[in-house]
Design a protein around this ligand. Sequence first.
Ligand SMILES: [Zn+2]
Length: 144
Amino acid sequence: MTALLAHLQVPGPFPNPVTRPFWDAVQNHQLALQRCADCRKWVFYARHHCPHCWSQTLSWEAASGKGVLKSFSVIHRAGHPAWQAATPYLIALVQLDEGPTMLSQLLVDDPTQARIGGAVSLRCVQVGERMLPFFEPSGDDHAN
Ligand SMILES: [Zn+2]
């Protein structure tokens, strides 16, 4: 599946000054999230101020790239024609270990491999000209 993804010509993402550190980390197969220096909570998606306490002292820190599958949907008809060749694929809500929920894709050969509450880990994949932050089942289950 990832070989097919490498040849897709999909639109975006379009990093801007606020989101560029996130995309730079993904390019290096890592997950970086903003963290508030005042309330210490993690923030995703990238923004100018903390959504928890309104502080503007956000900094970038390395995240674990681990989480659990919160929900998913099997996509048979892509939202953009460029993704149609990759169908069926799984759009996933991943509850990151750091707290925030991230919308991504879950890489599985068979949709029946997706399990709500199952442990997942980051797997950055080349899609067209960009690296994108997807997830895959990690095999080790969390306690919750
Ligand atoms: Zn805060």
